[in-house]
Design a protein around this ligand. Structure first.
Ligand code: 5GP
Ligand code: ZN
Length: 107
């Protein structure tokens, strides 16, 4: 998607540092953190929103949450929140699916 900011991040256009990367997703710091730790877990494939995901995307979405678990563990976060905003009225600003991982703790 040419006009998608997260596709550009994934493509390396902004030089964003990836805290974690595998075949399915990347993890990077939110540019405007709302907590001490605020990471975004983003699939490499462009899925615009949970509201638009296909049944075939279920494995990818599941992977994002497993990744959140593993990244939080590797950062030794004792507690955290996972948030997915869905749709403009749900607070979604970037229409490339992502999971916010937020914590009052940091590593
Ligand atoms: P949403 O409101 O769509 O759930 O969250 C989008 C998030 O992406 C926001 O918290 C915003 O700060 C973050 N964000 C938007 N553009 C960029 C960017 O270019 N780089 C990074 N690292 N984060 C971004
Ligand atoms: Zn995208």
């Amino acid at each position: 998607m040419d006009d998608c900011v997260f596709c550009k991040v994934i493509g390396g256009e902004f030089g964003t540092e990836f805290i974690y990367e595998d075949d399915v997703c990347v993890v990077f710091k939110d540019i405007s953190p709302k907590d001490k730790t605020h990471l975004l877990i983003v699939p490499k494939s462009h899925i615009s929103s949970i509201a638009d995901m296909a049944d075939a995307d279920a494995d990818t979405v599941s992977h994002l949450f497993m990744c959140a678990r593993d990244v939080a563990k590797s950062l030794k976060l004792s507690g955290y929140r996972l948030q997915v905003n869905v749709g403009k009225d749900g607070g979604q600003e970037v229409f490339h699916l992502h999971v916010h991982l937020m914590s009052k703790f940091s590593s």
